[in-house]
Write a new protein. Structure first.
Length: 434
């Protein structure tokens, strides 16, 4: 009995066939292309799934109900307009739409919609073990002790491993794979589609006239080139033919000219290295920005290069008194007759008006009680600045300030200069209490 499908889904519904791997029995199915699904699913009743079709993995899915389900993944053959061949899909006893046998997600047909499709996380029932440790474990066995390979273990690997396998392992390198070779057709296509090179294409001169100019653009087998005659000491005045690089390939040129085996050189050396073969508008600016954002260069830098301090900026002046308060605690001090051994100090940043409240303890409740007395006299401020003491960073203190709509600024740890006005008042106050 054929189930009626909602007409709203009909533009995304197609017909296809599925079968068990190795079987010639093709089962017709109704397929729904779901561009919002990251995984693909099939009804459990469509094929006789068994342990032979099980991939041993599962995928975690979550729908609008926010309930996470673990769906087993099975192998089958799918033949439809978008996908044809062996696929791995999730098997469910039922699907949310009646009359649909297969939901085709972005993991199988996403390349027809998105330029890049990221694989979903797959849960494996059997953990995979790698017998050969990585380069870090081999270089520092005392740090990665669990990855260390003893002499007896290495002998066992040498006995059991074939000769061709050992030769393959020795040839493995740790350098990143950089596609240094770009097909000529792709380069021409990118050059023609790049709007930043439009002004350069208007300056193309015939090859016969290149002898009469020091700088010029020309076409060499449909590739946009640039003739450049430098008079610097690095190039000895020879004429250089440079490939004009489009935007999509500039990151590749910058990476291969600066990172890894290029030595992470500075702006001038990297710029001159690129000029020997390539060119594009505002090249030096792009080289400078690339090196400034290089992670390795930021970590290491130059040994004789000091880090520049952050430039100073004027402190904003608050016009209204008691809008910005600085608070702190002093103690323990010699105990008074009433048992107070601490002082809670408050100062207005604008008027430098100070206030001190004696406390028996500097807990959050005691501080808030003294702060309430100050508010009753001078009103509620807009900003309160304090250090990172536990009584000022507690949840109770934050909740009270939030209810009063007061912004709380915390000074940097071990940097009392940010509260210098109040610290100077503490010095005067202690001298008066002697």
């Amino acid at each position: 009995m054929k189930v009626h499908i909602d007409p709203d889904y009909l533009p995304f519904v197609t017909e296809g066939f599925v079968s068990i791997l190795g079987s010639k029995n093709l089962v017709p199915v109704t397929i729904l292309r779901d561009t919002g699904a990251s995984e693909s699913f099939v009804l459990e009743s469509v094929l006789p799934f068994s342990a032979e079709t099980d991939s041993g993995n599962s995928v975690l899915i979550r729908g609008i109900g926010l309930n996470t389900l673990s769906v087993p993944l099975h192998k089958l053959r799918l033949d439809c307009g978008l996908v044809k061949g062996e696929v791995v899909v999730g098997v469910r006893p039922s699907l949310p739409i009646e009359g649909i046998d297969v939901i085709l997600g972005n993991n199988l047909a996403g390349e027809h919609v998105w330029p890049v499709v990221f694989p979903s996380l797959v849960v494996s029932a059997k953990p995979s073990f790698l017998k050969i440790p990585d380069e870090s474990a081999q270089s520092f066995p005392e740090v990665f002790s669990a990855c260390a390979v003893t002499r007896s273990m290495s002998r066992g690997d040498l006995v059991t491993a074939p000769a061709n396998e050992m030769a393959t392992k020795k040839s493995v390198t740790t350098f990143p794979v950089i596609p240094l070779s770009v097909p000529r057709s792709d380069l021409i296509k990118e050059q023609q589609a790049d709007p930043t090179l439009e002004a350069l294409r208007d300056q193309i001169v015939p090859v016969e006239q290149l002898r009469n100019v020091a700088h010029g653009y020309f076409l060499q087998e449909d590739v946009l080139m640039r003739k450049w005659l430098s008079h610097g000491s690095c190039f000895l005045g020879e004429a250089i033919s440079q490939v004009v690089v489009p935007v999509k390939l500039r990151e590749l040129v910058l990476t291969s000219s600066h990172n890894d085996v290029a030595g992470h050189m500075g702006v001038r050396k990297t710029y001159n290295r690129i000029l020997r073969h390539f060119f594009w508008p505002r090249l030096k600016r792009d080289v400078s920005e690339f090196i400034k954002t290089c992670h390795t260069c930021q970590l290491t830098g130059k040994p004789n290069q000091a880090i520049k301090p952050v430039p100073l900026f004027p402190i904003p002046v608050l016009s209204q008194p008691f809008e910005y308060l600085i608070i702190d605690c002093v103690g323990p001090l010699p105990r008074s007759k009433k048992g107070s051994s601490y002082l809670f100090t408050v100062m207005c940043q604008t008027t430098r008006f100070p206030a001190a409240y004696p406390l028996r303890s500097i807990t959050t409740k005691s501080v808030l009680k003294a702060l309430t007395q100050f508010f009753s006299l001078f009103g509620i401020p807009k900003v309160i600045q304090s250090d990172q003491g536990s009584n000022f960073t507690s949840n109770l203190f934050g909740q009270v300030l939030q209810q009063l709509h007061i912004k709380h600024n915390l000074s940097s740890a071990y940097h009392a200069q940010s509260q210098g006005a109040l610290e100077r008042f503490h010095q005067t106050l202690k001298s008066l209490l002697r």
